[in-house]
Write a protein that binds this ligand. Structure first.
Ligand SMILES: Nc1nc2c(ncn2[C@@H]2O[C@H](COP(=O)(O)OP(=O)(O)OP(=O)(O)O)[C@@H](O)[C@H]2O)c(=O)[nH]1
Length: 319
């Protein structure tokens, strides 16, 4: 084992509800932490890895991807991925895990504390992202959203540009009712000085020892989240897609993201939707154009949504 493994590879877990800014934070870290070799583990709820494609990639960094929800269905996948990272010959300075927006943090934390990983890794901190504009406990009505606050060692109250002072104050009081002495940092686009969140040794591992391995999460069933992935090698008609967003998108969709290809456009469009807000950024394609979208929400009518998306595809007339 390398020197770093004997000391314990520092692990940072990034959690937070759908669309709160986890990938944005990960990109901030990858862009700024240039002297270090960072292993990144991204777990997505949908079948297509969108986040992996949106990460700034550095040749030196290692990105492992997995689908499903690490906290319940593929914990073995998480264990295997961590083992692969620990077994690598090259020096790794830290491991950062980005979980899905619907992940229960506890099983992930226990994976590091309650297994042999505790001899080779050191859980440094659990960072929770909170969307200051849309987060209300009632709105999400989600056990997971509550746990994400409760288990966060550092809470980044993100998107403060979209929230007013009353919202921020109300949110802080709610957080204080869930968690004693919370460590809250206000952020925009998850910009935070890295010394405030990395190598901070904030996770109190002793407090988790009793909960050990027998914890089993039913959160997906409880919370009723589901995802729908859509992929097509035909482009969308931009007007049809816009109409779908304005008039056809079911309210049950909380979050959508993806790579979008519009007929007549030479650009790759990055589509992001959080609650009622959506935006599309454009950049050149680096691979063959394709449409890849993931929709996450509650009680979605998958067949209907898929049909709506198929209806947005450009026909030979509009191509
Ligand atoms: N206005 C505003 N937008 C933000 C901020 N932080 C992130 N965003 C945007 O919010 C959207 C979602 O951000 P992500 O970082 O992808 O969120 P996430 O938590 O990784 O999302 P999931 O993995 O789907 O749960 C993107 O369009 C971001 O650009 C912020 O502080 N202000």
């Amino acid at each position: 084992m390398s020197e770093i493994n004997q000391q314990g590879l520092p692990v940072t877990i990034i959690i937070g509800f759908l669309g709160s800014g986890k990938t944005t934070l990960l990109n901030q870290i990858l862009q700024n932490d240039l002297d270090q070799k960072v292993a990144v583990l991204v777990n997505e709820f949908g079948d297509i890895n969108i986040d992996g494609q949106l990460l700034v990639s550095y040749e030196d960094d290692m990105v492992e991807l997995s689908n499903g929800c690490i906290c319940c269905t593929i914990n073995d996948g998480l264990v295997e991925a961590v083992k692969r990272i620990l077994a690598r010959k090259e020096k790794v300075d830290r491991l950062i895990i980005e979980t899905t927006g619907v992940a229960d943090p506890l099983p992930i934390i226990l994976t590091f504390i309650g297994s042999d990983f505790r001899y080779f890794t050191r859980l440094d901190a659990v960072i929770t992202l909170i969307d200051a504009e849309t987060f209300t406990p009632e709105h999400f009505d989600s056990e997971v959203a509550f746990k994400q606050i409760a288990y966060g060692d550092i809470l980044l109250l993100n998107k403060t540009d979209l929230a007013n002072n009353e919202q921020l104050t109300a949110l802080e009081s709610y957080i204080a009712s869930v968690k004693k002495n919370p460590r809250i940092i206000h952020t925009q686009y998850a910009q935070v000085p890295l010394p405030l969140i990395l190598d901070v040794s904030l996770t109190n591992t002793d407090s988790f020892q009793e909960q050990h391995h027998h914890h089993h999460s039913h959160h997906l069933k409880t919370d009723g989240f589901m995802s729908l992935s859509f992929q097509s090698d035909k482009p969308f008609d931009v007007y049809k897609f816009q109409k779908f967003l304005n008039e056809g998108l079911p309210l049950e969709v909380f979050r959508a993201k993806g790579i979008v290809w519009f007929a007549g456009s030479q650009l790759r469009h990055i589509f992001q939707l959080c609650g009622q807000r959506n935006d599309i950024k454009s950049e050149p394609w680096s691979n063959t154009p394709v449409n890849q979208l993931v929709f996450i929400g509650r009680h979605l009518d998958a067949d209907k949504l898929r049909q709506q998306l198929n209806n947005c595809l450009a026909t030979s007339v509009t191509l």
